[in-house]
Design a protein around this ligand. Structure first.
Ligand code: AP5
Length: 229
């Protein structure tokens, strides 16, 4: 199963990707996480990407496309994967189509998350991320047990550099100009499903699961469990 999660910053793509992965063990390829990791480790790509990520701009396509192409060729992606944050513009989408053609793979579905501006701002301003294991928290909607610590691994929780108000606005502008047109690109290919991302996490998961079942991908499911880190 190959699915793409498309949507504005803070719509909940990363949270849902992790919840899907917990239920059907397939890798999540999140380009934002890969780039932040490279920045923390000061790798060559990290050094090139740093200023783009911190200022809310897109990292040049040539770097990101290569990262994704190499990652999806790895052994653990054979049975499928979730793309979170890629593609981010038409050029990346076309490049992905070419890679899939070469690898004889196809996109099963693109889930397009729609969330209100107010929800996006509320979610991003209260987001905290574990520096050790990457678990995503929210001070309002999914608070950690202890204020600054991850209750999974005891790692320190931080606010992302690009979750400052001015950078959030920049990221939203970039999203509207460059990423939003992808919804039409995939609608025309008839592989787009709109998701109401204003709902709570379990309701969003149910919608995704029902759609996958309708398409005959993945198993039917009645028990979604709870959502709590
Ligand atoms: P990236 O990391 O991909 O950021 P993004 O797309 O802006 O998305 P976010 O991670 O901010 O939001 P999300 O939708 O995953 O929300 P989350 O689940 O965390 O990219 C960062 C940067 O990297 C880019 O700006 C760019 O510079 C670079 N980059 C990345 N990919 C690139 C590419 N392909 N090309 C070029 N450059 C690239 O949720 C947010 C918060 O809300 C959390 O606190 C969560 O707990 C909470 N929450 C989630 N869902 C719900 C819900 N349903 N109800 C209540 N709260 C919720």
């Amino acid at each position: 199963m190959i699915i793409i999660l498309l949507g504005p910053p803070g719509a909940g793509k990363g949270t849902i990707a992790n919840e899907i992965q917990r239920r059907i063990v397939i890798p999540v390829i999140a380009t934002g996480d890969i780039l932040r990791n490279a920045i923390d480790k000061n790798t060559e790509i990290g050094m090139k990407a740093k200023n783009f990520v911190r200022s809310g701009k897109l990292v040049p396509d040539e770097y990101v496309i290569k990262i994704v192409e190499n990652r999806i060729k790895e052994f653990d992606c054979e049975k499928g994967f979730i793309l979170d944050g890629f593609p981010r513009n038409i050029n990346q989408a076309k490049a992905l189509d070419k890679v899939f053609e070469r690898l004889d793979k196809k996109i099963d579905q693109v889930f397009y998350f729609e969330a209100s501006y107010q929800n996006i701002i509320n979610r991003l301003s209260a987001r905290r991320v574990c520096t050790k294991c990457g678990t995503i928290y929210n001070l309002k909607y999914d608070p950690p047990d202890k204020a600054e610590l991850c209750h999974k691994c005891n790692g320190k929780l931080i606010q992302r550099d690009d979750d400052r108000e001015d950078t959030i606005k920049k990221r939203l502008d970039v999203y509207n100009d460059e990423t939003l047109p992808l919804s039409n690109y995939y609608r025309k290919k008839r592989i787009l499903t709109k998701i109401n991302a204003n709902q709570d996490v379990i309701a969003i998961l149910k919608d995704i699961w029902n759609r996958l079942a309708e398409l005959g991908i993945g198993e039917n499911r009645n028990d979604y469990g709870n959502y709590k880190n």
